[in-house]
Design a binder for this molecule. Sequence first.
Ligand SMILES: NC(=O)c1ccc[n+]([C@@H]2O[C@H](COP(=O)([O-])OP(=O)(O)OC[C@H]3O[C@@H](n4cnc5c(N)ncnc54)[C@H](OP(=O)(O)O)[C@@H]3O)[C@@H](O)[C@H]2O)c1
Length: 337
Amino acid sequence: MASWVASVREGLARAGDHEPRFIGARDARRCVSLADAVALVRDGVLWEGTGRVAVPEARRLLLRLSLPGGDPGLAAMAKCCVVPELGVAGYRFVGSIGGEDPVRYVHIVSLEQRRLLATIDEHLTYLLRIAALAVVAAAHTVPVARPTVGMVGAGRLARAVLEGLIEAGAVGKIVVASRQPASRDGLVRTLRDRGFEHAYTARDVRDAAAQADFLVTATTASAPILSSGWVKPGATVYGLGAAAELPEDLLVRAERGPVRLVVSNWRECAERADIRRLIAAGRLGNADVDAELWEIIAGTKPAREHAGEIVCLRAPGSVALDVLLGAWVCARQAMLL
Ligand SMILES: NC(=O)c1ccc[n+]([C@@H]2O[C@H](COP(=O)([O-])OP(=O)(O)OC[C@H]3O[C@@H](n4cnc5c(N)ncnc54)[C@H](OP(=O)(O)O)[C@@H]3O)[C@@H](O)[C@H]2O)c1
């Protein structure tokens, strides 16, 4: 049993003795450290991969609506899963206007009592989950202990991931590329002001890619922002953006060179716009995937077979990770009652 399970179960049982709670974003963030989140996310990836979290066949419900006058549009996304070992179901709901997300909640429900235990505002914990997954991904796919991290993008995710890698001691040097100088300069300044001296702006994406052992893309770009030929041999490319920011020749087996395609979870990835489009065109399928991340964590498959191979990792978040984090927050808050 994972080390945190007993205490989370105890906290969830305590939560069941009280009225359902609303837990605000700051309170939620306060009760989970990066180290906690890394352990939860690592186990969550393993649990999901080995069937210890049940997720519906249709993994998410996506609703879109145009506002009168065109953009910005309205979108809503719902997901759910069951975690039998914790005795909970989790329902996640994100509501966005023009790409912003004023509504971002996870609801934790007791399976035994058939009632809500807590509703958690995820606005800070989802960024922690993303940072923790990046720490786990780096630990298991980057062959250098303190790698040079190339970050393409300088927004919310980029900052959360870089701060997480710094806190985890998993980065030697950072180079940031983005569209606008003000964004990347601002991010580098923030990291330096917080005490990390080895942060620099890259000349461009190519410069960042050439230096990076761990190249992370966290942009809103809807077309590829790099070329596979720019990536340093032996590096890991980690695609976080929702759209088609990675070049197709890092993904499609017939078109790629010495690249291993690793996904967090094929079923989850197969629903993402970039991958879905390639599947529909008959250019990508499950057979193109060399490993799922849980197999590398479990030690059943290697990240790479040869030192010079590039690992391309596509790892969108999953409801399982958000619900495990939510269950942790719910349990911790209940122990304070
Ligand atoms: N994997 C996950 O679990 C997960 C979860 C939530 C969101 N996402 C996705 O992650 C992406 C980033 O989200 P965010 O919240 O960080 O967005 P954000 O705060 O709006 O930041 C987006 C960044 O993308 C950069 N960018 C856009 N086009 C670019 C280009 N062509 N070349 C280089 N940089 C470019 C922008 O650079 P400038 O500032 O210089 O313009 C900006 O810094 C989105 O696609 C989002 O949907 C993923």
